[in-house]
Design a binder for this molecule. Sequence first.
Ligand SMILES: *Cc1c(COP(=O)(O)O)cnc(C)c1O
Length: 463
Amino acid sequence: MRAEKDGSEGTGETVGYDDERPVRRDQAVREAVEQGLLGPDDPIVALLDVTGIRESAAELRSAFEAVTPPGTRVLHAFAVKATPLVPVLRLLREEGIGAEVASPGELALARAAGVEPERTVLDSPAKTPAELREALALGIAVNADNPQELARIDALVGSGVPRSPLGLRVNPQVGAGSIEALSTATATSKFGVALRDEGAREWVVRAYLERPWLTRLHAHTGSQGVALELMARGVAQTYALAEEINRRAGRRQVDTVDIGGGLPVNFASDATRPTYAEYARVLRETVPGLFDGRYGLVTEFGRSLLAKHGTVVARVEYAKSAGGRAVAVTHAGVQVATRTVYAPGAWPLRIAAYDAKGRPKEGPAVVQDVAGPACFAGDLLAREQSLPLLEQGDYAAALDAGAYYFAHHYAYNSLPRPAVYGFVPDGRGGVAFALVRRAQTTQEIVRESGGDHPDALVQGLRP
Ligand SMILES: *Cc1c(COP(=O)(O)O)cnc(C)c1O
């Protein structure tokens, strides 16, 4: 990764641009075709750039090391929902990254990957008593979302001292970003205790004073479409509250602030923008007290760790023309790019064109639609993108799809989950692949669709 000035925007901000990432991606697509992972019988595959994932993890660690005194406790917990794949969680664990989980399924994935309880954080707005009991028994950190949940935790803790670090999630209500559905810090967001509501702040402070074991404070205010300054303002509000609690407690009761995740990702080019280093610098400038060594930190980044390292590659089954528009009908659509298909304005994806041998396609740019396989008209991976004309047998690749895309299968039309492979350059000019997740089989689809009890409704319900 090299750092460069981004002259185009004139803001003087530093952007990261990994020269090697597009090269590795092109190599992987070509080798996937050559090695038969992709072809007429396997028309869609997802690829993860293991080198890139390791680099992003290292950038995250060093960004926060650069703004904290030596010895500061910092836990980076990957938001499992971004890429819920066990081998990915294990890879990140090896890179010193823990797990932020928000359901029994995500906790099970983190445990299957070997992520230690002390490196696991449970957040979720709807934890059941059983989930809370399990987390407390394991010693996993829990951030309570609301007063009713805190009452459940009270009952579980009783008069004892919990093993788990426990905190409360607050919503600093600093305002929305550009994508309403992803803005977690609006006045009416469903998450956490809304800090600016009447009486809420005082309630929070008292909740801490009454519970000496509440030692953490949590906010997650960023997401795609939220500016760094707005995110930092949310963290500043959370820090100010921690200071107030500690002042009134007369001791350092809150010892750790969990600042959440939410760093946006640039989907428009191969540049990594903003970088972790940039966000860490903005944070330290905005909230210096949080970085003077008095507080431990937890982060919960998801999208920014994985997005740029995943590619979905799909074969062009048919190439046609409709109303003068070129349309490539591929095998990647709503089942692997649900957000893009249903909200194309908010979630545009870049498409790269490859020929039948998996080589970058040459030729003049043609405005075309890249369609998916699902049976509704809106199933378009890209609308009116300018690319070399995709022809039958070519491949279309959706870029920056490593988070919240192919790992979030949507079972429309009973389309199968595609296989996922991780790859690294093999050092001899080729590419080595490792299976992360098998493709779903037709038999599995039948079984998961009630295929084991076809008579349930005609026999089971006979009066
Ligand atoms: C979704 C989520 C994250 C991760 O968000 P990204 O935008 O993927 O970084 C972190 N913390 C909480 C509580 C979340 O809900």
